[in-house]
Design a protein around this ligand. Structure first.
Ligand SMILES: [Zn+2]
Ligand SMILES: [Zn+2]
Length: 209
């Protein structure tokens, strides 16, 4: 469902099924409006969308209200490690005791990329040659850490104020790919799959945080 950049606005809705995209363009040559009704298999995400969406999912575990960030380290389509910005293991979270601000930055948390690198280190997993999928452009410090750990490609869908990541990636030959933010809807049609069914009422519960 990639589209020419001349289309300036794309609105997507899940109603009616299947997903319908409405494209709006300023160019009369292209027509001002176009409706797409993609085939069902086009709902399947590309690899970049899939891993970016996993990074978004990781970010849901973040504990600093100033920023939620997720990172997934991938090599040959395998997830090596994941991370989100959060406090050091066993320590209190910003959400509980407030942020710890130094020079207008919260320093209570480790950034998502650092936590992904740390998780790989704990488990003895090499990330040399990996791709980092991150919800936001890495900050300068995380960019340098990713570089030093051997990451060769970084994929993001948003920028981060004041970061020199791009300069260091450029100088070091790391590929930086800016992608469109994937949709935030997770599609799982439990009612529609003939081989699956919901648990009987009262037979499942929730895990605590
Ligand atoms: Zn914080
Ligand atoms: Zn960072």
């Amino acid at each position: 469902m990639e589209d020419a950049p001349s289309w300036v606005c794309r609105l997507t809705t899940r109603f009616p099924e299947p997903i319908v995209s409405l494209y709006i363009s300023p160019s009369p040559a292209l027509g001002r409006l176009r409706l797409d009704f993609p085939e069902g298999d086009l709902l399947r995400p590309s690899w970049d969308e899939y891993f970016l969406k996993l990074a978004m999912l990781a970010s849901e575990r973040a504990t600093c209200p100033r920023m939620h960030c997720g990172c997934v380290l991938v090599k040959e389509k395998y997830v090596l490690s994941t991370g989100y910005n959060g406090s050091l293991p066993g320590l209190e979270h910003c959400e509980e005791v407030g942020c710890l601000i130094v020079d207008n930055h919260c320093v209570r948390t480790n950034h998502a990329e650092m936590n992904a690198i740390a998780q790989a280190a704990r488990h003895g997993v090499s990330i040399d040659g990996a791709t980092a999928y991150v919800t936001n452009m890495p900050c300068t410090t995380c960019a340098k850490a990713l570089l030093a750990a051997g990451v060769v490609r970084v994929v993001v869908f948003s920028d981060y104020k004041g970061s020199l990541a791009e300069k260091f990636f450029d100088e070091s030959g790391v590929t930086l790919d800016r992608r469109t933010m994937p949709g935030t809807v997770i599609t799982y049609d439990l009612e529609g799959y003939s081989s699956a069914s919901r648990f009987k009422e009262g037979t499942s519960g929730s895990e605590t945080h």
